[in-house]
Design a binder for this molecule. Structure first.
Ligand code: DQA
Length: 153
């Protein structure tokens, strides 16, 4: 039974590869998702990917994932530090999630140290660069304890 993993990327992560490359590197989001999809084949997992610059669109995507997705890997971008709505959506749909950041948010501005998600996450990854997505996918596929049965099974 393959696990369905939804990778969500928040605002500005569509610019990955060209955005502040000294912080976020030169790998594009398309590269990240292509790598995750090929990685998933060896993990008996399936990857879906969603990116949005809009908070409500991320909330809507999480609602649609209920009963369908097993684990969410989320890099909420700046919404990490502001969004009660995304926190509530993750808790509301009862899908375990891994919080992931490319940069080490603790070594940057003070406001990046606050996350609205970390205390509810199965794991928090930061500072590994885009390799963090690879680590998160492997962890999501192998180690996250699932909460609910998928509706389509
Ligand atoms: C980020 C860190 C956030 O503080 C920032 O707003 C981002 C990206 C990261 O992946 O390191 O957009 O989540």
């Amino acid at each position: 039974m393959s696990r369905r993993i939804l990778i969500i990327n928040g605002p500005n992560l569509n610019l990955l590869g060209t955005r502040e490359p000294h912080i976020y590197g030169s790998t594009t989001l398309d590269d990240v998702i292509a790598l995750a999809k090929s990685q998933a084949k060896g993990l008996d997992a399936e990857i879906e990917a969603f990116q949005s610059n809009h908070e409500g669109a991320i909330v809507d995507r999480l609602h649609a994932a209920r009963g369908v997705v097993d684990v969410v890997v989320i890099n909420p971008g700046a919404y990490t530090h502001t969004s009660v709505a995304i926190r509530d959506a993750l808790l509301g749909v009862e899908i375990p999630f891994v919080e992931m950041h490319i940069s080490n948010v603790h070594a940057r501005e003070e406001f990046r140290k606050k996350s609205y998600l970390s205390d509810k996450a199965e794991a928090v990854i930061c500072g590994l660069g885009t390799f963090g997505y690879t680590a998160a996918v492997e962890f999501a596929a192998k180690h996250v304890k699932l909460k609910s049965k998928k509706a389509h099974l």
